[in-house]
Design a protein. Sequence first.
Length: 68
Amino acid sequence: MELSAVLTPAPEGGYVAFNPETGTTTQGETVEEALTNLREATELYLEEFPLNITGRPLLTSFQVAEHA
């Protein structure tokens, strides 16, 4: 099963990893560690709450005005 991962830099260092399909969130010092931790957390989640995914998620971005 292929799922999405959104990684953002954490203020204290490292990365926060989020899976939008399940809502699982974790962190790691490196991208690789964050993804490994997210995979483990998501697998544990799916053991209790299986998903029936019918399509692939669409990832896009948008801009907002900056306020100084």
